[in-house]
Design a protein. Structure first.
Length: 184
């Protein structure tokens, strides 16, 4: 059996980011959820080169149903699924899940499928054709995390997250980021 995620037992429930949603978040969360630039760059401006990416999962598989719909992918279409932990000085800061359809990898002409421990933000925010298309938000309850994710995140409390559809030359990709207590 192929694992769809090392982070989640099942797909999180997402809410569309609409006008008036912002006031529902704690102030410290708002700053991260509504960051329009690269989160990696923001982390590096605070932690310097101590920011490290640990690759948790990277393989071709079918995304969760809502991810397929958001990316307008056929039901059984494989996409590259990548999950990582960003941390600094041993402090877990952000868990991230990225879904990249094959067409996006092909059109981007940068090897998005071979990032390894390089931050995705370094690559996509350097693309002049990068567009932000849509954003959803969520509050992940501890029961949704896998035991692996709980151990990595060092938390047993709910965690705020956002998922953003980006497009490179009109080809979509989905980036979900979860803001761990240490970052707030």
């Amino acid at each position: 059996m192929v694992i769809k995620s090392v982070l989640f037992n099942r797909e999180p429930l997402w809410q569309e980011n609409r006008q008036g949603t912002r006031h529902k978040f704690p102030e410290t969360v708002q700053s991260w959820v509504y960051e329009s630039g690269s989160l990696t760059q923001r982390l590096r401006s605070y932690y310097g080169n101590a920011v490290v990416v640990n690759l948790l999962l990277q393989h071709w598989f079918t995304p969760f149903l809502s991810e397929q719909k958001l990316l307008k992918q056929p039901e059984h279409q494989y996409c590259l699924i990548r999950e990582v932990l960003l941390h600094a000085d041993g402090k877990p800061l952000i868990l991230a899940r990225t879904i990249i359809p094959a067409g996006t990898i092909k059109i981007a002409r940068s090897n998005l499928s071979q990032l390894g421990t390089r931050p995705l933000g370094e690559v996509i925010f350097a693309c002049p054709s990068l567009e932000r298309k849509a954003m959803d938000v969520t509050l992940i309850k501890p029961l949704l995390w896998t035991p692996v994710a709980k151990a990595i995140a060092h938390t047993s409390q709910p965690v705020w997250g956002r998922r953003t559809v980006y497009a490179i030359k009109h080809k979509p990709m989905l980036v979900s980021e979860f803001f761990l207590p240490e970052i707030l």
